[in-house]
Design a protein around this ligand. Structure first.
Ligand code: BGC
Length: 491
């Protein structure tokens, strides 16, 4: 799922002249310490939506109350049935030979109401079983604490726009560390804040369908960042000494190219995307990107407001947030050409209008089933190098990268995309010294693709959604990935 630029409706045919990502990539292997994995998310695979005391999430309620918002009218009540198929999932992971499995925990299984008063031992037991089986099979668990599925009870009190949200999140993180931290050493607090804040609390196009455009998305991000920092500091203070793990946060970002070699617009686009989440945590400033602070304040003033729609971090928060992560998680799917869009009008502001990014694609880029997804592997190389420069060569885990189609077993498009992207990862490490330590493919198996239901398939394994067992069948890409992992080489 990806937030967008103002327009992708026109396609121009000019040659790429951007600063990064323009080199050929002959490199084809990986350091011995490099880790390969696959990723999923609880809501997209688990099903069992109200089993064993689980509470409803905003996505349960959203898909039930607005069935027409999902293109194929489906929901994730059963999804891939992973709630009952742990063993089959482990079998696939073993077969692939992955070093780690990135999955998410459903907050609503652990605390159905979102707070500790509702602690649910069955939820804890489910994840204990999964984690134990992973460890027994030498597969490292990498846990995402929040992948879009907010407890509905917390939404009733404002969800991520509530200033108390960080406190609730810290309490949830505490339960996770104390129950699973003896075996889980890699934690991700949030998956893609911009991708749930813009549609969820800005445009109102996805659960929880709050249309507070131009304000809600910024509040949501603000509280996500503070909540992340609270979970980070809690871990360092109370758990790190004993458990010795790492905490990171994930953002998706496109890379951007300029046809006129305009590094200013490329930088603006990256700051409004990746920088919105990552700049406060990984830059020296401990604050939002300067361009966002300046432009949103000036737009707010033109709109006649008394203060900026972008919330401010006070001095204490800046010091608290700066450096509050051990690694940067990157979800990379695609890129765009960009030029500066028109000035925001004063009515109906939004993140998109503040960003002023006029995007287009190159006609030579191959498109996946998903309309926004074009195969641009060189963009991943560019983004990794930009991150290296911007954030002092921070440790990076590529937490997602993938390709969609109709679910065919002979998925040559995914095979090509996988190999091409990995080639740029290898190059980034070996030629450019980027500190990338792991790569995780999205996804282990076909699953509930949010508002696209089961119509777009991202899996290395096909899942038959009409069979009661949700039968899983390996695709060609799973064989290819397996070989890459075993040999640590492409081709
Ligand atoms: C999300 C996944 C989603 C994938 C493909 C990522 O941004 O984290 O949940 O399925 O994109 O759209």
């Amino acid at each position: 799922m990806q937030i967008k630029c103002i327009s992708v409706s026109y396609i121009l045919c000019l040659t790429f002249v951007g600063t990064y990502g323009s080199e050929n990539a002959p490199t084809n292997d990986f350091p011995a310490s490099f880790k390969f994995g696959v990723a999923t998310a609880a809501f997209q695979i688990e099903g069992g939506w109200k089993e064993d005391g689980k509470g409803p999430s905003i996505w349960d309620v959203g898909t039930h109350e607005h069935p027409n918002s999902v293109v194929d009218g489906t929901n994730a009540d059963i999804a891939d049935d992973s709630y009952h198929q742990i063993d089959r999932d482990i079998e696939m992971l073993r077969d692939l030979g992955v070093n780690f499995y990135r999955f998410s925990i459903a907050w609503t299984r652990i605390m159905p109401n979102g707070d500790r008063s509702s602690l649910n031992r069955f939820g804890i037991q489910y994840y204990n079983t999964l984690i134990d089986k992973l460890v027994a099979n030498s597969i490292e668990p990498m846990v995402t604490m929040y992948h879009y599925d907010l407890p509905y009870e917390l939404q009733k009190i404002g969800g991520l726009t509530n200033p108390l949200f960080p406190q609730y999140f810290e309490s949830y993180a505490n339960v996770l560390y104390s129950n699973f931290g003896d075996r889980v050493k890699l934690w991700i607090t949030f998956n893609e804040p911009s991708d749930y804040c813009v549609p969820g609390y800005g445009a109102g196009s996805e659960p929880p369908f709050v249309n507070a455009t131009g304000i809600g998305e910024y509040l949501c991000m603000h509280h996500s960042i503070i909540a992340h920092a609270r979970a980070f500091h809690l871990y360092k203070r109370d758990y790190f000494k004993q458990q010795g793990g790492k905490i990171g946060i994930v953002s998706s970002s496109r890379f951007y190219f300029s046809r006129t070699n305009d590094t200013g617009i490329v930088n603006r686009a990256l700051q409004f995307n990746l920088g919105w989440t990552m700049h406060p945590i990984f830059s020296k400033s401990g604050n939002y990107p300067e361009v966002m602070i300046r432009d949103i304040a000036s737009n707010s003033q033109m709109e006649g407001r008394e203060w900026s729609r972008l919330p401010e971090f006070d001095e204490f928060s800046i010091a608290y947030i700066r450096g509050a992560a051990d690694f940067l998680g990157l979800n990379y799917y695609t890129s765009r050409y960009v030029q500066l869009g028109p000035h925001a009008e004063t009515k109906n502001p939004s993140w998109e209008k503040d960003a002023r990014l006029n995007c287009s694609v190159d006609p030579s880029w191959k498109r996946a089933k998903t309309p926004w997804l074009y195969n641009v592997p060189e963009g991943l190389g560019g983004l990794l190098r930009w991150i290296k420069e911007e954030y002092n060569n921070v440790e990076v885990i590529i937490t997602e990268n993938g390709w969609s189609d109709d679910g065919r077993l002979n998925d040559q498009g995914r095979v090509d995309s996988l190999k091409e992207h990995l080639r740029y990862v290898s190059q980034a490490i070996k030629k450019h010294g980027c500190n990338v330590i792991a790569y995780s493919h999205w996804s282990l198996m076909d699953n509930f693709e949010w508002l696209k239901g089961y119509s777009e398939r991202f899996g290395l394994y096909y899942v038959n959604i009409s069979s009661p067992e949700r039968t899983r069948v390996p695709k060609k890409s799973s064989d290819v990935y397996k070989r890459i992992i075993a040999t640590r080489k492409l081709d």
